[in-house]
Write a protein that binds this ligand. Structure first.
Ligand code: UDX
Ligand code: ADP
Length: 457
């Protein structure tokens, strides 16, 4: 089957960029992206996209109105689609059975029920959102529960893109994973999807597996990546106690090709919409399968991350003479990582909450994420100033707390910043990012993660 019309449900961080790249690479395919949130659609159609991703503007502007459309869902558009990607959010469940652990599949199920009456026979459903293992089976049952005998093959095609590098990851993926049912229809559907990707992905990078393996591979990939961060963060705690240097350790072990050098940067902890959610989901699945030891093993990766964030925040308070009440602290960076305006599950949320509980006055600055930062902190009491200018954020502050390693923060004039701060002026570098020696020479006390502090006495 040759795919001419693609529909995507969900115009978020995954659906939007993925569909834009497909439209860009496959000019003969018409791609329509729908969303229940009309504001999202308006933003995609305006010059100011809802998602900040380097290179995304260019890709969207090449295809928008040509073969890429963001619009409300209409029955005719669903009925027209040869292939439907489902890319809705699957957050951690906040209620009932599995609350705080399991994935909340309500948006997924609603999408399936919504498209079902309109789909044409044989339309291929592609599961893009990260979902618990065996979701495709459930979706398949929902879709096939009809009297007309229509069949819709369900594929799993998890997204491995990292925010801030989404366009590069989509254009040059390490692999594209397609999980299909072991039936003729399943294999034909997988081949149709592979043909879409072959427009720009070398065939040897397109990997086929069973649907269940594909679903579990996505959770496993995120669990392994997060586990490396928690492992190096655990070592950073030991380094803080002994004055070994965690960056030297990362370098030393990263050169072992069996270990590799990626995801060994110690810091304030991981954030983002995936790691915590997916590991808790994995852990919950293990628990449900009667594997409590395996569940505990994976959950400990999240627990170590929570510990790291708490440890970092306690360290700030301890070095502010055990009180930050009424003190101005400048928070440099709120996005969960540089290159994005996304603040979902950012360590900054936890650090700021704790500092506000201790009655600190916060001035938060970030090159891209201030709107989302204000949203993430909405409803919290306390003194919070959202300040686009880092120099003003630091003015009169007792300390700077760096939580996102934006390049912009490396390029500031710290002499100027230091002169306008309270004394002693401290710098808490949650990403081991700034030139600590330079700051120390300017007069700052510099505290890092897993590296000896540089302190004036
Ligand atoms: C992740 C996966 O990388 C991606 O494949 C998947 O599709 C979605 O989840 P993302 O959450 O966008 O992507 O960002 P990632 O680059 O993985 O970083 C996640 C968090 O880990 C960030 O907060 C980052 O600062 C932190 N991190 C990363 C570290 O603390 N140390 C590191 O060495 C690497
Ligand atoms: P992700 O990072 O997985 O892409 P986002 O939250 O950025 O998650 O995007 C998910 C999108 O899916 C949101 O824009 C949300 O409005 C949309 N969505 C959720 N449920 C539905 C639905 N039933 N129909 C259409 N869009 C939906």
């Amino acid at each position: 089957m040759s795919i001419r019309k693609i529909l995507c449900i969900g115009a978020g961080h995954v659906g939007g960029p993925t569909m834009a790249v497909i439209a860009d690479m496959c000019p003969e395919i018409n791609v329509v992206v729908v969303d229940i949130n009309p504001d999202r659609l308006t933003q995609w159609n305006s010059g100011t996209l809802p998602v900040y991703e380097p290179g995304l503007d260019e890709v969207v502007s090449r295809c928008l109105g040509r073969n890429l459309f963001f619009e409300p869902a209409r029955p005719e558009v669903i009925a027209d689609a040869d292939m439907v990607f489902v890319s809705v959010n699957t957050p951690t469940k906040e209620y009932g059975e599995g609350a705080g652990m399991a994935a909340d599949l309500q948006y997924w199920e609603k999408s399936a029920r919504f498209i079902k009456p309109h789909l044409k026979d044989g339309a291929i459903i592609v599961e893009k959102s990260t979902v618990p293992v065996r979701t495709a089976e459930a979706i398949s049952r929902i879709l096939h529960d009809n009297r007309q005998g229509r069949r819709f093959p369900v594929l799993s095609n998890p997204e491995f893109l990292a925010e801030g590098a989404a366009i590069r990851d989509l254009m040059e993926p390490d692999r594209v994973l397609i999980g299909c049912e072991e039936t003729e229809a399943g294999r034909a559907a997988a081949e149709a999807l592979a043909a879409v990707y072959r427009h720009w992905v070398p065939p040897e990078r397109i990997v086929l597996s069973s649907v269940w393996s594909s679903e579990l591979a996505k959770l496993t990939a995120n669990a392994f990546l997060a586990q490396r961060i928690s492992s190096i963060n655990a070592i950073s705690a030991l380094c803080d106690a002994t004055y070994a240097d965690v960056t030297e350790i990362s370098r030393a072990i990263g050169t072992d090709h069996r270990i590799g050098s990626h995801f060994l940067e110690a810091g304030v902890g991981f954030g983002g919409s995936c790691f915590r959610k997916d590991i808790l989901n994995l852990s919950y699945i293990c628990q449900q399968q009667g594997l409590p030891e395996v569940a505990a093993y994976w959950k400990s990766v999240v627990e170590m991350n929570d510990h790291q964030i708490t440890r970092f925040t306690r360290n700030i308070i301890a070095h502010q003479f055990d009180t930050v009440a009424g003190k101005k602290l400048a928070v440099f960076g709120f996005a969960f990582k540089p290159g994005t305006n996304d603040t979902r599950d950012s360590p900054a949320i936890y650090v700021c909450k704790k500092l506000l509980e201790e009655r600190a006055h916060l001035a938060i600055t970030d090159p891209r994420a201030l709107e989302n930062a204000a949203e993430s902190l909405r409803g919290l009491g306390g003194e919070i100033a959202i300040e686009p200018d880092p120099y003003r954020a630091a003015e009169g502050a007792h300390a700077i707390v760096l939580l996102t390693h934006w390049q912009e923060f490396r390029e500031l004039d710290y002499q100027r910043i230091y002169e306008r701060m309270e004394r002693p002026a401290s710098f808490f570098d949650g990403r081991n990012w700034i030139d600590a020696k330079l700051l120390y020479e300017l007069g700052f006390n510099v505290y890092r993660v897993g590296r000896a502090p540089l302190v004036h006495y």
